[in-house]
Design a binder for this molecule. Structure first.
Ligand code: S3P
Length: 169
């Protein structure tokens, strides 16, 4: 990646793959801004995501998430964006990510994610059938990303792998 490559770096992947922790470190390493979509949306709604879902407001959350990601992809520069795990399920968001960013998929096997996630109450979708969701989404992440990195390793190693992979872009 050229030093003057301005496009956003967008991290995608299933819950627990490390988008936020890796993203923060990646931004620091590349001297970019960092933005975590879930954090921005919780501030925007003034409520935790778990509370929004519990109140039956997932559709509103999804619309705001799609608006945020699409607008960031089209206009933000020199930024690393950690997305929520469901963002690519909206076709318009997947298209915007593909077209306007360098998209990096943090991919880890289900048992690794399951062990990391446990029964985290802040992630409402874990209450359903998260393994099925994981399996449905793998192909969507694959279609969206231009770089796939193994995320079942320590954050520092994931970071090194991303930096090595994007150097050549
Ligand atoms: C979701 C993932 C969450 C959050 C929301 C929905 C999903 O983000 O956006 O609970 O659909 O996979 P993380 O991937 O950061 O946990």
């Amino acid at each position: 990646m050229q030093a003057d490559f301005p496009k956003p770096l967008v991290l995608i992947g299933f819950m627990g793959c490390g988008k936020s922790s890796v993203g923060r470190k990646l931004a620091a390493a590349l001297d970019r801004k960092f933005l975590d979509c879930d954090t921005v949306l919780e501030a925007q709604f003034g409520q935790a995501i778990s509370a929004l879902f519990a109140a039956g407001r997932e559709a509103e959350f999804r619309q705001a998430e799609a608006d945020l990601v699409q607008s960031l992809c089209k206009s933000a520069t020199n930024i690393v964006i950690a997305t929520g795990g469901g963002v690519c399920m909206a076709a318009a968001s997947a298209n915007a990510i593909r077209e306007h960013s360098l998209c990096i998929w943090l991919d880890a096997p289900w048992p690794v994610l399951q062990a990391r996630l446990g029964k985290d109450p802040s992630r409402p979708l874990l209450a359903g059938n998260p393994e099925q969701l994981y399996r449905q989404r793998q192909a969507v992440y694959a279609a969206c990303a231009s770089v796939r990195v193994k995320a079942d390793q320590a954050v520092e190693l994931v970071l090194d792998e991303i930096i090595a992979r994007i150097k050549s872009i």
